[in-house]
Design a protein around this ligand. Structure first.
Ligand code: GDP
Length: 299
């Protein structure tokens, strides 16, 4: 409803202010306008590659359609961004019962928070949800996940710090099978600096899941922090070398002026953006909606 759209708009305020597209209203279409537009898109972290693609497109279309006023050009930009982002829209795949969702991401990006928010959303839709604390490297990670399990009102399966993560996942799978639960969300360690080890760990977890549920995990969700800007793209590329990724959850869009990263992620990575985080609270996770997002950038 309109309440959701409003808060989404609030969430994107910093990015919208940084972009300041409304300030370009009433101008003539000339080289200086294109230069300014380019600068603003890059500042908002749309990325050089995607920005140049957009500017190129606008220049061609402005010429072809004989566009003289900036407002018409901005309208065209809006439609182009929507068109781009529509290709990155995606629903969470919960077609199997149970569905296993593996969650990846570097420490600090908001992985635990996103898992908690997602668990709550699914629980509200009558799914029985269980969390597996397979980031066993840090005791704090297990404790944090427990806090979120409690907030969301879902069960958690955990082991001691230092337990084999795949063993925790195995236990979780056995217990959801026994109880007939619907969704298992698996937290994983985020130590990308030890890529070899992380790769082995994730492959082992995937194997344990696939042995019990062929073709699963149903989702491999990568959590990225919008605040890290272009670095989020590098992280995603590194994770994609480790495993396939079926969706992205982009967090902290509320606190950042770098919200243009959504456009760069979509255009560079070609991975569906399934969720966006727009706050720290349990209800602050939204399905990614290209229309809503683009409107919030331009209004
Ligand atoms: P993890 O190390 O990846 O598990 O990260 P956490 O889930 O512990 O989150 C790290 C910090 O980011 C916490 O302070 C969260 O409250 C905050 N955070 C997570 N998602 C969002 C979001 O969408 N918006 C804002 N503003 N903060 C967020």
């Amino acid at each position: 409803g309109s309440k959701i759209i409003k808060s989404f708009k609030e969430g994107l305020k910093k990015t919208r202010d940084a972009l300041g597209l409304s300030q370009l209203s009433g101008r003539n279409v000339d080289e200086s306008l294109f230069e300014e537009l380019e600068e603003r898109l890059i500042l908002a972290d749309v990325g050089v590659k995607t920005t140049l693609e957009l500017i190129d497109y606008l220049k061609k279309e402005a010429k072809r359609r004989k566009i003289k006023k900036s407002d018409e050009l901005l309208e065209l930009l809006k439609e182009k961004i929507k068109e781009m982002l529509r290709t990155c829209k995606g629903e969470l795949n919960l077609n199997e019962k149970p569905s296993v969702i593996l969650v990846l991401g570097v420490n600090g990006v908001g992985k635990t928070t996103t898992i908690g928010k997602l668990a709550k959303q699914l629980k509200d839709k009558e799914y029985s949800v269980v969390l597996a604390a397979a980031d066993t490297f840090r005791a704090a990670a297990i404790e944090q996940l427990e806090v979120w399990a409690e907030r969301a009102g879902v069960r958690i399966v955990k082991g001691q710090e230092g337990t084999d993560p795949a063993a925790v996942v195995y236990d979780a799978i056995q217990s959801i099978k026994a109880k007939g639960e619907d969704v298992l969300i698996v937290d994983t360690a985020g130590r990308l600096h030890n890529k070899e080890r992380l790769m082995r760990e994730i492959h082992k977890i995937k194997k344990v899941i696939g042995r019990e549920f062929p073709g699963q995990p149903a989702e491999i969700l990568l959590v990225l922090d919008a605040n890290t800007g272009q670095n989020a793209i590098s992280q995603a590329k590194a994770f994609k070398e480790i495993t396939d990724v079926t969706g992205i959850a982009l967090t902290k869009l509320d606190g950042t002026a770098k919200g243009g990263i959504v456009i760069a992620i979509c255009n560079d990575l070609k991975v569906p953006i399934k969720f966006v985080g727009i706050g720290e609270k349990i209800e602050d996770l939204r399905k990614f909606d290209p229309e809503e997002f683009t409107e919030a950038l331009f209004s």
